[in-house]
Design a protein around this ligand. Structure first.
Ligand code: TYD
Length: 211
């Protein structure tokens, strides 16, 4: 049986990291093996690409270059880590995946459909079984962090983050069978209860498919 591929999406600072850790523990307690990974990154090569992308001094980076680097990082991640683990029946939980590129580069940078095309090449059919979209209006998030802590991308204007957020809402409507919108304006435990309930359903559905 192939492992479940679960991704998390949402604005920067929406609480993905906390929820991902809770989910990993829960899946392991149920007796399944799970690996946790992130994008951009996850492998040695992909982490090197991440450094290039998020370097604050790379202000001159062209948007197409940026989109191609995210896709390149993802191609390596899928080939080296994600697909091999899924093939061994291990659940893979990934912090951000293709939807981030569609939202941030496709809509945020106005690169449009080309982003999907380059990412289809990168992922070779490796599509998540479920994507949790943590929904928090970016306006509520900006003041939580100090400027000094922000990386190059986080320093972008609020308008950009609003465009990204609207793109996520569009994707949620476009892929209702895969993308599960979660109201993240609630406490950590309320949000996680919601996610774990849906995971139980997903595991049950997958088990029934195999009967
Ligand atoms: P990171 O520090 O990992 O942020 P977060 O904790 O919010 O995930 O930085 C990742 C940044 O890269 C984040 O601002 C979103 C952006 N990003 C893209 O623009 N496109 C992508 O395909 C991915 C994976 C991330």
């Amino acid at each position: 049986m192939k492992g479940l591929f679960i991704t998390f999406e949402g604005p920067d600072g929406s609480g993905k990291t906390t929820q991902i850790k809770i989910l990993k523990k829960y899946i392991e307690e149920k007796g399944y093996e799970a690996v946790l990974t992130r994008e951009p990154g996850g492998t040695k090569i992909s982490e090197k690409i991440r450094e290039i992308i998020l370097d604050k001094t790379h202000r001159e980076m062209d948007y197409v270059t940026e989109a191609l680097l995210y896709a390149a990082s993802r191609a390596q991640h899928v080939a080296e880590l994600i697909q091999p683990n899924l093939d061994q029946g291990i659940t893979v939980i990934c912090d951000r995946f293709v939807d981030s590129s569609i939202a941030y580069q496709g809509y945020g940078r106005h690169l449009g459909d080309s982003v999907k095309i380059i990412n289809d090449i990168a992922i070779r059919g490796c599509v998540p079984d479920a994507t949790f979209l943590l929904k928090v209006d970016p306006e509520l998030l900006v003041d939580r962090r100090s400027l000094g802590e922000m990386d190059r991308l986080e320093l972008e204007k609020l308008e950009y983050h609003q465009a990204v957020y609207q793109a996520y809402l569009t994707l949620e409507k476009q892929y209702p069978e895969r993308i599960i919108g979660i109201d993240a304006n609630r406490s950590i435990s309320e949000v996680s209860e919601d996610i774990l309930r849906r995971i139980d359903f997903l595991i049950m559905t997958k088990a029934q498919e195999l009967l």
